[in-house]
Design a protein around this ligand. Structure first.
Ligand SMILES: N[C@@H](CCC(=O)N[C@@H](CS)C(=O)NCC(=O)O)C(=O)O
Length: 211
């Protein structure tokens, strides 16, 4: 009944590693190698996930799952728990689904398309300008999230109720636009990310990923 997580410390696989740790699900970790620098790593992972992205999770049934949001919903289903994903009857359910999808559909692609701009824009000067535009858009998206989270009143993303969104913040506030930017422009999000990272259920997985 062991899950197998293809991962790199500090990358998006941390989103799933934290949740597996939270639920206490048994998990083997396989390091993929750098999917940007190594054609061999991409080819190896590509046999399981044609996108060659992580998280790539092999379920105990052997089924391959990708997409962190789908995995988030699936793990809540199989554990029958609602401590990370508000259940269908919960008042926070709609907001949870909205912001989970917002993060993976709007914010995560800013990494996908700008981590290595040369994948999408061949001319080096044009690639630099493209990266500036995406980074700008990326900051705008986080400001929108910060405003919504501030309105909800804390102490967590959804308000009083802790959820997987707080674990997303624990991971994503380590990435672009960077800790310093979050500290000045979105300190509420950084504070939630830090508080979530300190929860004992995930502290070990956070340390393994982010030191
Ligand atoms: N939509 C996916 C995005 C996964 C993703 O972009 N992962 C990054 C790591 S943080 C990756 O594997 N990048 C390598 C690549 O795009 O080639 C999810 O939500 O899980």
């Amino acid at each position: 009944m062991t899950y197998v997580l293809h991962q790199m410390p500090g990358w998006g696989s941390a989103l799933v590693e934290l949740q597996l740790a939270w639920y206490g699900l048994p998990c083997a970790l396989i390091e993929t190698g750098d999917l940007f620098d190594s054609a061999e790593a991409r080819e190896r992972l590509g046999k399981l996930n044609p996108r060659a992205q992580i998280p790539t999770l092999i379920l105990p049934s052997g089924e391959v799952m990708t997409e962190s949001a789908a995995i988030t919903l699936h793990l809540a289903d199989v554990t029958g728990r609602d401590d990370l994903v508000p259940g269908p009857g919960a008042t926070e359910r709609a907001a949870f689904l909205r912001w989970l999808v917002f993060i993976v559909a709007n914010i995560y692609p800013c990494h996908t398309f700008a981590d290595d701009p040369s994948r999408f824009v061949a001319d080096p000067e044009a690639a630099k300008a493209y990266r500036v535009r995406i980074d700008d858009h990326h900051r705008t998206l986080w400001r929108e999230v910060a405003a919504v989270v501030a309105d909800r009143g804390g102490p967590w993303f959804l308000g009083h109720r802790f959820s997987a969104l707080d674990l997303y913040l624990a991971v994503l506030t380590n990435w672009r636009p960077g800790k310093d930017w979050f500290a000045t422009e979105a300190p509420g999000l950084l504070a939630i990310g830090r508080a979530a990272a300190g929860r004992p259920e995930v502290a070990g997985a956070m340390k393994r990923n982010f030191g």
